[in-house]
Write a protein that binds this ligand. Structure first.
Ligand code: HEC
Length: 131
């Protein structure tokens, strides 16, 4: 009896670790998340969107347009993101499909939802903080 337990316990534990704790974010998880109207958090609200919809080309080995969206310090420099000024931020133009820049993300990467675009705008209005 004890012997059988000793064999089964590690197997059960392994299965729990292998299949029980899958915390990989999916596009659906991020699209379903609510973004607050104020006090938007870079870590909680914005970075996960970029992680799933932008970083395949802007970070993680590939740096299209020389743009790295994996680290706040790499892109909040007044060029792509102008803190406090979403209307002057190239990043906002790109996600809103403003024809002066290439629309982002390119098809077939899933586009940002209206809520996500609003969240990015609010985050930049509030100073594009590393919060
Ligand atoms: C499939 C690859 C791909 C994905 C995914 C992607 N981009 Fe891009 N991005 C590019 C390429 C390629 C360029 C250069 C396009 C050009 O110059 O016309 C670019 C350019 C840009 C630029 C302009 C940079 C500049 O210097 O003018 C911004 C801003 C940008 N991307 C933001 C984003 C954001 C935000 C996301 C996610 C919502 C995203 N991109 C997702 C490939 C991608």
């Amino acid at each position: 009896m004890i012997k059988r337990f000793l064999i089964l316990f590690p197997i059960a534990l392994w299965m729990l670790i292998q299949f029980g704790c899958d915390d990989t974010l999916t596009v659906q998880d991020v699209d379903n998340r609510e973004i607050p109207d104020s006090n938007v958090s870079y870590q909680q609200d914005i970075a996960p969107i970029f992680e799933l919809k932008c970083v395949s080309c802007h970070g993680s080995g590939r740096l299209d347009a020389g743009l790295d969206l994996t680290r706040w310090t790499a892109f909040v420099d007044g060029r792509i993101v102008v803190p406090g000024e979403p209307d002057n931020s190239v990043l906002v133009w790109s996600i809103e499909g403003n024809p002066v820049v290439s629309p982002m993300p390119p098809i077939p990467t899933p586009p940002l939802t209206f809520e996500q675009i609003r969240g990015v705008r609010t985050w930049i209005s509030e100073g594009a903080l590393n919060n």
